[in-house]
Design a protein around this ligand. Sequence first.
Ligand code: SF4
Ligand code: SF4
Length: 469
Amino acid sequence: MAEKPSSEQKPASSDTGIRYVSLYEADDKIYTRRITGFYQRLRRYTGLPLMLGFLLLPWLVIDERPAVLFDLPARKFHILWLTFWPQDAMYLAWLLVIAAFMLFTVTVLVGRVWCGFTCPQTVWTQMFIWAEHVCEGDRNKRIKLDAQPWNFEKIWRKSAKQFIWIVISLVTSLTFVGYFMPVRELVSGFFTFNLDLVPLFWVLLFLGATYMNAGFMREQFCKYICPYARFQAVMYDKDTLTVSYNSLRGEQRGPRKPGEDYKAKGMGDCIDCSWCVQVCPVDIDIRNGLQAECIDCGLCVDACNTVMDKMGYPRGLISFTTEDAISTGHTKIFRPRLIGYGLMLGIMISLFIYSIATRVPVGLEAQRDRGVRMYREVEDTIQNVYTLKISNMDRGTHTYDLEVEGDYPFVIQGYKVVPALEGEVLTVPVRVSVKASELATTKTEIHFRIRARENPEITATNTTTFIGP
Ligand code: SF4
Ligand code: SF4
């Protein structure tokens, strides 16, 4: 058997001809160049509202409670004016399916714009890179700073960057945990060293995760962890809008002298300045074609347009375009797949809105009591015993009146009206009786209905059976 090479050894062929290679190759640090342009501004306008929404939502109060609070111990989710209970889990599943379809539709239409413009991973990485630029300077300065020995300047610049990173991570972490417990209590508890161990653990965990993720992992998260990057290529077609390099126009690439007739020498518009690579947050060269790592952020478009402006060439050597537009000059927007996804999405969103709008915040479940005989004969009546489970899923306390309907004149006995607190599930035993002379079948359906006294529109029904002799 061939001996394994030590960790210091480079991959090499052994005597037996077996070649050992490392399955993990550490990525080189990426020093991105700062660039301004249309897409960079657009990213700010898409990322900023999302970030502000994330930061402010837990602080917003509606009807004297947080606008968004996932109260796991109480097993209820407050979202704006609604409160969801475990019984409403299907809404969450539905929402996930809608989100997946939305992603499919958007990807078929405009590629990975979610990744480049709105994904939290991208937005937070952008913030961390901004801190890097502010404290350590642009690309060349950062490369020089990293290469130089530790001195006062290097220490204060690196410390300032770390400080900003930690502040951003802490704010992110407190906000995130603030979606699961009242944010005011959390923040005051944290800064007065009065926080319970469990929330403190989560705050520190998310602080570390944000710091590591946006500070160090960055594009590696997209490359190796995010599943979306893996399957997005399957959804692309020739008319999907994506960042592309026009090789027909750009090649033969290479440097040229000012005023030189480069076309006469068979050269294209690409001057091979590598700016498009230097600005790329995932460190790829878009001139090599569509790559799984590309997040469609458009920074290389801005960089190349800046170069084209300087050279006096038309913009758009790298642009958001489609494969068909480059080869034939036309793009087909309405394709069967896109229409199919769009229709499905429209139907699902409409149904979801309808079901939320018509959602009744009370649940009723009637079960025949298995602990007693099938029926009881009491004087001239037949009785069945039931256990009702009444779930108050509304905000506030409700008292429910009970009715019963069926083919015979049923009468409810022993129903005690008890107020149900918000979120409470009442278990109520009731008896239903009917005169024996009026019951003509051994088994018949009966329908229980409850109605809130405070709001008669809050009503629920449940059907079960009544058994006779
Ligand atoms: S290739 Fe261009 S669009 Fe793709 S990630 Fe790099 S800079 Fe962004
Ligand atoms: S920025 Fe434009 S001109 Fe410069 S290397 Fe990239 S594609 Fe060529």
